[in-house]
Write a protein that binds this ligand. Sequence first.
Ligand SMILES: Nc1nc2c(ncn2[C@@H]2O[C@H](COP(=O)(O)OP(=O)(O)O)[C@@H](O)[C@H]2O)c(=O)[nH]1
Ligand SMILES: [Mg+2]
Length: 440
Amino acid sequence: MARVDRLHIGIFGRINAGKSTLMNVLTQQQTSIVDPTPGTTADIKAAVMEIHSLGPVKILDTAGLDEGNVLGAKKRDKTLSALEQVDIAVLVVDPVQTLQSGDLTIEEQVANTSRRLGQSLVMLCNLHADHESRLQACGATLEQALDHCKSALPDRAGTPFLVTDLTQRGALEAVIELLGKGRPSPQKPVQLLPFVGGSAPVLLHIPLDEESPSHRLLRPQEMAIEALLRLRVPVAVTRVDLKLARTGNALMQTREKDKFLRFFNMLGGEGGVQLVLTDSQAIDLMHAWLPALVPLTTFSVMMIHQSCGGDLALFAEGTRVLGTLRPGDRVLIAEACNHDRMAEDIGTVQIPKKLEQRIPGIHIDHAFGREFPDPQNLRAYRLVIHCGGCMISKQQASARISRLVEATVPVSNYGLTLAWLESATALERVLRPWLPNSSK
Ligand SMILES: Nc1nc2c(ncn2[C@@H]2O[C@H](COP(=O)(O)OP(=O)(O)O)[C@@H](O)[C@H]2O)c(=O)[nH]1
Ligand SMILES: [Mg+2]
């Protein structure tokens, strides 16, 4: 995944607050149409760019949240789902407009949602050219108007705040400074194999097959080798012939097993090898061959751990729910990309077929691409099984997790579900190195 990790900045507020003006100031061009006609910004406008002090960013300009008609309601839904996916929410207000309306519903909705999702929030009070005369007309001072706006913030003192006229010189610098104050603190990168260290060897089991491309290993295999070398942990690599190991011929099976165990014992065996990391398709053999106390996990769990930001426990808990499903229970399989589906597609064919075999009468729905139910509709499901999510941004993934957590619906993913379908005890074993204190 050579995707740039962009900071997502969303611009929210009422009609005519100056959201599109802000977008254009930031992008320094006419990205969005600016006009006093309500509803000018019809859909979400996105711009990607580099801001010197912030790095790569994606900026989203949204429609006014106070548009009243049917189309307005549709735009509002899109705007609110954009709000779930930002790192920084910029709440733009025209303080005079806000004061005149005497209402803060929109501002409170943005501020509270963003706080609930743990995002950064900043407020930009945008002074239009005629703000003084409009203030006079309603007999208020600017301070009173600003105070009124700030009262929508759950954390008044802690929310970065800027008063500016976006059409004036210096506005861009001031806005960038505001965004810098709102910038979330960088997350610590997730270690690939956080529990590995010291001088005992790690044994990688990589069963190449006919389809394996020559001259290179798969990305997770390369990643593991590189991470271990950086840690100066000795790495040993071997390959079992899966076909021979699975023939009905006991002699051949024993030979493959003995060959593998000889190598394992040469490295120090049980107590000497700190971890065996295998391709998931060989988990049945490794689980059966290796003594029960030898730590064993798979490349696939390693990747899941990293892609979910280290929060494997959530997915482990969700996967255990598979064992409690009953006929009539509803499961949602969610696939974030819309790729061409092959005959043996994992999400639409393989997993449903295996689940229906194991739990006859189970009810399976699908969600593809961008569609993902809101918390209210999620509650119909006992479990959501999500794809690896390689096509969605970190922000989209965490927005989905937030919805699941809010709906209190457990979540698993393709890799862990397939492992559970293979063997529930093997699944617990491959999770253990990552979650040593887990209940099972
Ligand atoms: N003088 C001045 N006018 C502004 C400012 N921001 C917005 N406007 C005007 O307010 C109207 C609505 O602005 P727009 O950015 O389209 O608002 P949006 O609906 O929030 O996207 C336009 O006529 C803008 O020219 C500002 O900072 N200063
Ligand atoms: Mg607009």
